[in-house]
Design a protein around this ligand. Structure first.
Ligand code: GUN
Length: 292
């Protein structure tokens, strides 16, 4: 088996499972899960994400609704839209695309989404459920990362896991998931001393710092599993390129398993969003998630 973890193929398999579950929800419960995506402003990267989300939602048989609001939209209008979506029975998941314009309070908006319609796992109730071992919704990028790790390694119990990065979206929930799998978890960050040594102690290394190729191969324990969450756009030799937080060229020969950029964690994120939408639709209708 190659030591490269093919996130694109894994995500395709996951979407096929989701499509099968959606088919059963329609046939057996007359339920079509619906996802609403709200985009405020015209950030080009966000527009690409939102378009891909909508396309893949429809491809697995779910309903997709998009709301595009002007960059100057007052916070109160956005909160009013979320209130309407919270009350709409055809909508089971609500995603407000981040980042939001500066004049809008991000945490206020995220917490205004009903926690049973939150598909990002950003609502404080879902954050609390994750850190106390409850069955809330889990943020998409860490969820995709843990799925790939478990698929490749089987049990993660007792392994030393190092997460580089402490963001609310990736680092902290990733650490919580690894802890729930009985790993010994270290969260490292920009102030960590001897970061190279800390990384070398990892059986599982998750890089989520947003700094292009900052982790070289000689920071990696031979045979370790490396999950690279970074998506950095750089220019090299006059060409635009997408690279991770790990220097893939020097890391791949050392790692036992490694996700490439692109084609690793990235494709899993939207697949996990679709998974979370199905999970929330089942929860709202008090039915078990059907087998794939
Ligand atoms: N912007 C970039 N990634 C994400 C994501 O996973 N969720 C939301 N809501 N916004 C994002």
């Amino acid at each position: 088996m190659s030591n490269i973890i093919d996130g694109k193929a894994f995500a395709e398999g996951l979407r096929a499972d989701i499509a099968s579950r959606v088919g059963k929800l329609k046939a057996e419960h007359n339920l079509t899960p619906g996802l609403a995506v709200v985009l405020v402003g015209e950030d080009p990267a966000s527009e690409v994400y939102v378009r891909n989300k909508a396309r893949q939602t429809v491809e697995v048989g779910m309903a997709s609704v998009e709301h595009k609001l002007d960059a100057q939209t007052p916070e109160s209008d956005l909160l009013a839209l979320i209130d309407t979506l919270n009350k709409d029975d055809a909508i089971h998941g609500i995603l407000v695309q981040l980042p939001l314009p500066k004049h809008i309070d991000e945490s206020k908006v995220l917490d205004s989404i009903h926690y049973e319609k939150d598909v990002d796992g950003f609502h404080l109730t879902n954050v609390g459920l994750l850190s106390t071992g409850g069955d809330g919704v889990v943020p998409c990028t860490p969820l995709g990362s843990i799925m790939m790790l478990k698929d490749r390694l089987g049990s993660l119990s007792g392994k030393n896991a190092v997460v580089v990065g402490r963001s609310n979206i990736v680092g902290k929930p990733m650490a919580a998931l690894l802890l729930a799998e009985s790993c010994t978890v270290t969260i490292a960050h920009s102030r960590t001393q001897n970061l190279d040594e800390v990384c070398r102690s990892a059986d599982i290394l998750v890089a989520a710092v947003g700094r292009p190729e900052m982790i070289p191969g000689d920071w990696i324990k031979p045979g370790a599993a490396v999950i690279d969450v970074g998506i950095n756009r750089i220019e090299r030799d006059g060409k635009k390129k997408l690279v991770g937080d790990v220097d893939f060229a020097s890391a791949a020969p050392v790692a036992g398993a490694i996700t490439p950029v692109p084609g690793g964690v990235g494709p899993m994120t939207i697949a996990c969003l679709l998974h979370n939408t199905v999970q929330q639709a089942c929860r709202q209708h008090k039915i078990e998630m059907p087998a794939a």
